[in-house]
Write a protein that binds this ligand. Structure first.
Ligand SMILES: Cc1cc2nc3c(=O)[nH]c(=O)nc-3n(C[C@H](O)[C@H](O)[C@H](O)COP(=O)(O)OP(=O)(O)OC[C@H]3O[C@@H](n4cnc5c(N)ncnc54)[C@H](O)[C@@H]3O)c2cc1C
Length: 404
């Protein structure tokens, strides 16, 4: 790559900003194009802003040099040029798509007004604008319904409860955060939310959103039960934002398909972060987005051997509230298959729970709630996928913090 090569990155989120910063440090400055009007920020910490723990400025990311604020509306691959919503166009030699995810909007009756907007009071939870909109509307006593009991819904419900809202969380499946947690850990999360005053309904499907004069009034369940609501948060998952890539004719399946050089089906276009699918996996998590950004920065700055081969990613969540913080970490397979070894330690009084799953002498997953001292050592054993030492009982895995 020559010094005249113009690298343009679409999306000033976690992955795009990290890539631009690393490229700058490596002497290959890039132009970042982002549509959000705020200074780039750490999306993972939005719930802390909603909870009132951090001001928006606190979660700002170190600003990269060249940032243009506009939305890219089209990619002309033959001309290697981008068309933007403000009428400008931008030429590139190498393009990187870091367009992130869109929230999934569930198929509920009444979710859109006649002019295809969400009713007043109904918010997704993805951007700083969503967060500021919710923050403005939440007051002590406001009736809020959170739809979805995954990581996002649990974080939103906790934040709104901390701000004094009367929160109901409606979860379609039978337990909370089922993608990451086993049933025991889910129960502890449920208990934590209930202690904060959140009313949690599981196996509960929302069917309708009812509005009057364009503002939400209630949500109705499939069984006809109605909940009054001044605020509704949609936390029903995310989907890779692939529209631009599809329009440009790039290969897209669930996400934009990339190889180990994070290259799309066009050799001049790479992609990183939530929008990509690498080796069959769409991550939707911060750690893989950052690892991809780092690997691509090295590659574009001239290290032809730099490759991304996948991330074994740990989910961590800290729920701070009026009482003591509630920490949890989960990785890999948290539920055992027949023949696996399982070690668990539970302390109901302290609300702590630790469990690891071992298969053929290898750690395949684990979950820690309330007591995270061993998380570093466990994560290393899991990431390395090395056979476990056979010089002691497996219980050591849960009690020996390995100096971390
Ligand atoms: C409330 C919340 C809590 C989360 N908590 C965790 C957590 O605890 N742990 C974890 O690992 N992950 C968490 N995540 C997920 C994490 O934030 C994402 O995995 C991460 O942000 C992905 O980074 P990204 O750069 O790929 O996408 P994003 O951060 O979404 O950035 C993409 C950017 O591209 C911009 N963009 C898209 N299209 C265009 C266009 N055409 N023109 C210009 N700009 C465009 C978007 O506006 C956006 O700013 C959380 C997410 C949310 C919303």
């Amino acid at each position: 790559m020559t010094s005249k090569t113009r690298v343009v990155v679409i999306g000033a989120g976690l992955a795009g900003v990290r890539l631009a910063r690393r490229l700058g440090e490596l002497g290959t400055p890039a132009l970042l194009v982002g549509e959000e009007e705020h200074r780039p920020y750490n999306r993972v910490l939005l719930a802390e802003v909603l909870a009132g723990r951090y001001a928006p400025e606190v979660i700002a990311l170190p600003a990269p040099g060249g940032l243009v604020r506009t939305r890219v509306t089209g990619i002309d691959r033959a001309e290697r040029r981008l068309d933007c919503a403000d009428g400008s166009s931008i030429a590139y030699d190498t393009l990187v798509l870091a367009t992130g995810s869109n929230p999934v909007l569930p198929p509920l009756r009444g979710l859109f007004t006649a002019d295809h907007q969400l009713p007043e009071g109904v918010h997704a939870f993805r951007t700083m604008d969503d967060c500021l909109g919710l923050s403005k509307a939440v007051r002590p006593g406001v009736r809020a319904v959170v739809i979805g009991g995954g990581l996002l819904g649990v974080s939103a419900a906790r934040a709104l409860a901390v701000r004094g809202a009367q929160v109901v969380l409606a979860q379609q499946s039978e337990r909370l955060m089922e993608r990451q947690l086993d049933p025991n850990a889910s129960r502890l999360v449920l208990r934590h939310l209930r202690d904060l005053g959140v009313e949690v309904h599981t196996e509960c499907r929302v069917r309708d959103v009812r509005s009057v004069g364009g503002a939400v009034r209630s949500v109705e369940m499939a069984d006809g039960y109605a909940l009054d609501a001044d605020l509704v948060v949609l936390a029903c998952g995310v989907r890779p934002r692939t529209g631009l890539a599809e329009q440009a004719g790039l290969a897209v399946h669930k996400g934009i398909l990339v190889d180990d050089e994070l290259r799309t089906s066009d050799p001049h276009i790479h992609a990183i972060g939530d929008c990509v699918q690498h080796d069959g996996t769409v991550y939707g998590l911060a750690a893989p987005a950052l690892e991809q950004a780092d690997a691509l920065a090295e590659f574009l700055a001239g290290d032809a051997d730099s490759r991304y081969t996948g991330t074994r990613s740990l989910t961590r969540l800290t729920l701070t509230g009026p009482g003591s913080p509630f920490d949890l970490a989960a990785f890999g397979e948290t539920e055992a298959l027949p023949g696996d070894d399982v070690v668990q330690l539970a302390d109901a009084t302290r609300g702590t729970y630790r469990k690891v799953v071992v298969r053929d002498d290898r750690l395949v997953g684990g979950v820690l709630v309330g007591e995270l001292g061993t998380v570093g050592a466990l994560a290393r054993a899991w990431e390395g996928a090395e056979p476990l030492p056979d010089d002691g009982p497996l219980l050591h895995l849960l009690t020996n913090d390995g100096g971390s």
